[in-house]
Design a protein around this ligand. Structure first.
Ligand SMILES: NC(=O)c1ccc[n+]([C@@H]2O[C@H](COP(=O)([O-])OP(=O)(O)OC[C@H]3O[C@@H](n4cnc5c(N)ncnc54)[C@H](O)[C@@H]3O)[C@@H](O)[C@H]2O)c1
Length: 432
């Protein structure tokens, strides 16, 4: 029988909380840590603060009731009481496109201060290559006075799940594990075998595990850039893009992703920069170009809209869905932010709607947050994130609507066209 561990999970966000709940279901005693006291209060009370994650509300409640999940803001104390500390706080890039370690380092130094001899630290936050050994280990060593691989063990194991089905993915996606040495790998393997139903896949070292995650996410960014360019090319020459992509993907080696007006979130548009920020000239040209292509889609799309409405100045434009993708509450690196900025610079009046956010949560965007329950005068709308709530949207309430930019290729355009509304999308720009 596998053993039960005392585990600290540092970062109780969209990914950390499902992980903490999963560990508790395996009999481990889990202390969740977050710098946000409201998150901690909610988990302490057995409540999930994350919506739209199937099974999570019940799992958090059951874990708390069983006395196997508690929460604190004190990372050092939680680490001191645990045999394993898992770090799952975000690491993103700053305005200079270089990794901004402030957040992660704060978590690591607090973990280091509480490290006990023989403890295992696992970083699940996506890291640049080499960072587990060259960045994480020295912080833990200097804060704890313990030597990596002797006084404590250290492994990297990327989190690969998709927000919105995290518990399901934890049960089925192979868990990649690579330590800074053989003993760290062995201990991390043993821990995950006692924690997950999924296969655990050991790789050569922490660098290999880091690279696997960066390769997987960069593949998706480059694939989307290719899909965008193919859509622009094929659409301009009369192809039905949806049919063409589905037909292409009926060949088992073809896995074309969907074109769209931008790639957002704190993963896919961020991790290629982890690779680029320490690459030499020419080494990763394709990755750089793909990033530029995807980042350029928002400006292209707003130009199409400008053409379609005969100039955006003074026009009322509704952005539907501010999250970076459908059915998730997450604004970071969302294409919506670029789109709003571009619309504003073109002189449009920007209206916005997202069922996941309250008006006060969107206050910083300085847009007019609207209610779709009553008639609303608009000239154009942009489907930025096609949340499930929009499937039943009564487009008739958008009075004066002339053009819809379907940024995700999600709409059945025929119904809108039959109302005399022009529908444009990537590869299907305005007819003029
Ligand atoms: N969101 C995804 O779809 C996804 C998918 C796969 C992997 N990941 C990985 O998971 C990481 C976390 O993503 P997320 O979606 O859970 O983020 P999130 O923003 O939902 O949550 C992060 C949590 O960490 C807390 N936090 C920040 N700094 C902290 C610190 N110093 N100490 C303790 N807590 C701290 C925040 O308060 C927040 O509650 C990502 O950076 C990525 O590496 C995310």
């Amino acid at each position: 029988m596998s053993r039960a561990y005392r585990v600290a999970v540092v970062g109780l966000g969209k990914i950390g909380l499902p992980l903490a709940a999963q560990l508790a279901t395996k009999g481990h005693t889990v202390v969740g840590v977050d710098i946000n006291p409201q998150v901690v209060a909610s988990v302490e009370a057995g409540r999930s603060h994350i919506d739209g994650e199937p099974g999570l509300v019940e799992a958090v409640r059951a874990a708390a009731d069983a006395g196997r999940l508690s929460a604190t803001t004190d990372t050092t104390d939680a680490t001191r009481r645990s045999e394993v500390a898992i770090v799952i706080v975000p690491l993103v890039v700053g305005a200079d496109k270089k990794p901004d370690y402030d957040n992660l380092d704060a978590a690591l130094s607090a973990v280091g201060k509480g490290l006990q001899r023989g403890s295992l630290v696992i970083v699940e936050t996506t890291l640049p290559m080499g960072a587990t050994r060259k960045h994480v280990a020295p912080i833990l060593e200097s804060e704890s006075g313990l030597a990596p691989g002797e006084g404590f063990y250290l492994a990297f194991s990327p989190e690969r799940v998709y927000a919105g089905r995290a518990l399901q993915d934890l049960a089925r996606y192979p868990k990649i594990v690579g330590g800074i040495d053989a003993e760290s790998t062995r201990r991390a393997l043993e821990f995950y075998q006692a924690s997950l139903d999924a296969d655990v896949r050991v790789v050569a070292n922490s660098e290999t595990a880091e690279f696997a995650k960066l390769a997987e996410t960069t593949y998706r960014d480059v694939n989307i850039a290719l899909a965008n360019q193919l859509a622009l090319y094929g659409g301009a020459r009369g192809a039905d893009l949806k049919e063409a992509f589905e037909a292409a993907n009926s060949q088992p080696f073809s896995h074309l992703h969907r074109p769209g007006i931008g790639v957002g979130g704190h993963c896919i548009p961020v991790y290629p920069h982890f690779l680029l920020s320490d690459s030499s000239d020419g080494e990763l040209d394709l990755v750089r170009i793909a990033r530029d292509v995807n980042d350029g889609m928002a400006a292209r799309s707003v130009r199409w809209l400008d053409d379609a409405v005969g100039g955006l100045a003074g026009k009322r434009v509704l952005v539907l869905g501010l999250s970076y993708r459908e059915d998730v509450k997450e604004l970071s690196f969302s294409t919506a932010l670029a789109v709003i900025e571009l619309l504003r610079s073109a002189g449009a009046i920007v209206l916005a709607h997202d069922p996941h956010f309250s008006a006060s949560e969107l206050a910083a965007l300085e847009v007019e947050v609207v209610d779709l329950e009553k008639p609303l005068a608009v000239d154009a709308a942009i489907v930025q994130a096609y949340h499930r709530e929009y499937r039943d949207l009564d487009w008739g309430r958008l009075v004066g609507l002339r053009v819809v930019l379907d940024g995700r290729g999600a709409l059945g355009a025929a119904a809108l066209r039959s109302r005399g509304i022009e529908v444009i999308s990537v590869g299907q720009p305005p007819a003029r």
